[in-house]
Design a protein around this ligand. Structure first.
Ligand code: BGC
Length: 528
């Protein structure tokens, strides 16, 4: 009974009421506005220099790379111009030591070497042709760049963007920590390493994964209105939305197209409410914070995203294990332990290590509706070395995991709801019957059972949205933001290069050339 009472008390501490949701939406809107007005605010509201979303007719062959979580991805994408595309990609795990390397150069040299491998493997003809030409052709103006790939660089960390392919790193998140890189232009760092290897690649666009998601969603599912928001609920969390230029009050340094009257803003909502004005804070949130790599930052992310939920759960479980009044994962409580063996936790169980509980098991717990919780009990053995857990143990684990996941989903609704309200589209009479489209990606929305329904439930209680409004918000899974989305921004960038220089290299290759080979895209297509 003591266990049951303890669980109820823990679950109750993760409650996030309808009133809490509404308060947080108001604060979110206030902090969004603050970030549009000046630099150095909690939510950075970073202008991306992308001034429109695609309509599905864009064409061309581009490269894209993606650094932002556990893997580095390199790909080439052929946009076919009919809302579809083909692509080829390589994926490699980022060696842990490079995530905390001494110098930025070490990490970026690794990225460039992976790009080289990809080109050798998938575009060898162009690669060798380029190397030959480099050796034989020289001109006073330098090597003409008509035969180089335009590459979108998805770099999913907070960056102060000062142009479509320029931006300095504000801070690392998600377990990366290379102080040497802070304040440096990440595109220049990558280009320098690419050039050392003489690769035919130009880093044409700097892309946050949320911006890529927004672009990919608009390309693949174009509606009358395009999508209003691209969001990630994965290892980290963040969102990018289309804002009116008139609301963007802080000065912009780089060039951009003013004709659409809009710009995509990377909110960096992971740092919403670092001050904790409205975010909930249990003792386990506080404990996680104390031992995190970036205390005081990404406070919203630490309550919402996949990197952190498992750790919150682990800390709550450890508290229960240390509580002499309750019996969890101990044999004396395993009256209904149908395996008939002794419940033990291995000494080196992940339960005893920081980050030792992978959030993925929360999905298993949520999914398991079996009367004996057989799947979850197996997962506790397999992934956490908790042997022969009793049904009551697994149920305790499941209830706490659910409470943490549910709070994360309701907090996610705060961000989505606030941005929908900010766009004003629910009240626009011309859009009366139109869906308000939101593209999402990331392991939580993809794999956590019921995450989206829990978001919808919370959206429907937000003032100004309500049940009717929530029904109009269409949240769709959009993968490949960092591939196709990044390629689309490289295309925007190529268009900007052309108009700035009057160069004719873009037209040299046919935009709908299906054969592999570097092309800069169809300069006749535009975004917006
Ligand atoms: C980063 C964002 C990114 C998000 C999702 C956060 O930690 O700060 O830039 O978009 O993770 O990957």
């Amino acid at each position: 009974m003591a266990l049951e009472a303890e669980i109820q008390s823990i679950v109750q501490q993760f409650e996030y009421s309808d009133g809490d949701v509404n308060n947080a939406v108001k604060e979110f809107l206030r902090q969004m506005d603050e970030g549009l007005g000046k630099d150095g605010t909690s939510m950075s509201q970073i202008p991306t220099y992308v001034t429109g979303v695609p309509n599905g007719t864009e064409k061309g062959l581009y490269m894209a790379v993606d650094l932002g979580g556990t893997n580095f991805r390199v790909c080439s994408i052929q946009l076919l111009g009919n809302s579809t595309f083909t692509h080829t990609y390589n994926k490699v795990a980022i060696p842990k030591h490079l995530m905390v390397a001494k110098t930025a150069q070490e990490l970026f040299a690794f990225l460039a070497s992976e790009i080289k491998k990809f080109l050798e493997e998938h575009h060898s003809e162009d690669f060798e042709h380029h190397i030959r030409r480099r050796k034989t052709v020289s001109s006073p103006s330098g090597f003409r760049d008509e035969h180089i790939f335009r590459m979108g660089f998805t770099f999913s960390f907070p960056v102060k963007q000062v142009g479509i392919n320029k931006g300095t790193l504000i801070r690392w998140t998600k377990g990366f920590d290379i102080p040497d890189a802070i304040g440096k232009d990440v595109c220049a760092l990558l280009q320098a390493e690419i050039d050392k290897l003489h690769l035919p690649v130009k880093v044409a666009a700097l892309v946050n994964d949320t911006v890529g998601t927004l672009m990919a969603r608009s390309y693949a599912a174009p509606g009358k209105q395009g999508s209003v928001l691209g969001a990630i609920f994965g290892t980290g969390t963040n969102g990018a939305y289309v804002e009116k230029l008139s609301k963007l009050k802080k000065p912009l340094s780089g060039e951009y197209d003013q004709s659409t009257g809009e710009m995509v803003i990377n909110t960096e909502w992971g740092s919403f409410d670092n001050q904790l004005n409205v975010l909930p804070s249990t003792k386990w949130d506080v404990a996680l914070e104390k031992d995190s790599l970036n205390p005081g930052f990404q406070m919203y992310e630490k309550r919402v995203s996949g990197m952190f939920l498992g750790e919150i759960l682990r800390l709550a479980i450890i508290d229960l294990l240390n509580n002499p009044n309750v019996s969890l994962f101990k044999d004396e409580n395993s009256s209904s332990n149908d395996r008939g063996s002794v419940t033990i936790i291995a000494k080196d169980s992940g339960l005893y290590k920081q980050w030792g509980l992978d959030t993925a098991i929360m999905s298993t717990a949520e999914l398991d509706q079996d009367a004996e919780l057989a799947g979850l009990r197996q997962a506790l053995e397999n992934t956490l070395d908790v042997y022969a857990p009793a049904y009551e143990d697994a149920m305790a684990f499941k209830k706490i995991a659910h409470a943490i996941g549910r709070r994360a989903a309701r907090l996610s609704a705060v961000a989505i709801g606030a941005i929908v309200l900010q766009t004003g589209k629910l009240d626009d009479p011309e859009l009366k019957d139109e869906p308000i489209d939101v593209g999402v990606d990331g392991s939580l929305v993809e794999h956590y059972p019921g995450f989206r329904p829990m978001i919808y439930e919370a959206l429907s209680v937000i003032d100004g949205i309500g049940e009717e409004g929530a029904k109009r918000i269409r949240i769709g899974l959009t993968q490949d933001g960092s591939g196709v989305g990044a390629a689309l921004i490289a295309l925007v960038a190529a268009g900007m290069e052309k108009s700035a220089s009057g160069a004719d290299y873009l037209s040299e290759r046919s935009s709908d050339n299906k054969a592999p080979g570097p092309a800069a895209g169809d300069d006749k297509t535009t975004t917006g």
